[in-house]
Design a protein around this ligand. Sequence first.
Ligand code: NDP
Length: 253
Amino acid sequence: MSYDTLAGRTALVTGAASGMGEATARKLAAHGVRVALLARRAHRLTELAAKIEGDGGQALVVAADVTDQASVDVAVRQVHAAYGHVDLVVNAAGVMLPNPITHGRTDEWQRMLDTNVAGALRVIRAFTPDLIASAEDGRTADLVNISSIGAHITFPDYAVYGATKAALTYLSQSLRAELGPRDVRVTNIEPGLTSTELGGHIDNAELSGQLAGMFDALTGLSAEDIADLIAYATSRARHVNLRHAVILPTRQA
Ligand code: NDP
């Protein structure tokens, strides 16, 4: 089976301004999916939408902040007005802000909890009714959450980030049990080291340097590698749910 089954579907992709979300939006659009692009940086989304449309696809710019319920509410109205129900949701929005726990960076903890856990939940709450309605209409419906290998493997100074990702992995497992019987697939993806903007927000020079060293040593994945996996998972036959995928650079043990 190729990716052809994707054509005609409607997706919402969070974190679409860069990295995995951007690559996923481009990949899905290239296979005939209408994509609603959600992130905070409107100018990045506008550029991406122009590229997708230039390549013959359809895209909608949805500038929104997943940490803000009112902003998500506006986003839902915007998506529904333009596209109606979505049948594919990709939660890629996330932040990674490592620091030793003893630094007590409650600002960073709050941002990660708000974005990686509560933000994903806001999006799930907003669009799960669409997914259920699509499935009831006999269509394929997908919820894809981008967690991290950090949900299972511990990295010093990444405790809070890892905890948010463990929460997301757990949430995916639980939602599968709840939504699977209603024909909504839930796919949890746990990537390893991937070259994106994620590490750019680290404000600890030592940890930034350590991450750069890991990229040198391990040869990270590209955002397109993750997008390819998402396109694969969401284009399977409707009764097939690739529920959990760990995707690592070959050299990352
Ligand atoms: P990027 O930083 O490139 O992408 C993160 C995206 O999230 C950006 O588009 C950003 O756009 C968006 N975002 C951040 N905060 C918010 C917010 N409050 N509201 C809406 N959108 C937001 O990193 P990645 O592509 O790597 O990250 C994608 C996911 O993959 C994340 O959940 C990350 O934790 C996970 N991951 C990444 C790995 C890696 O090695 N890169 C490994 C394992 C998991 P904007 O700033 O415009 O809002």
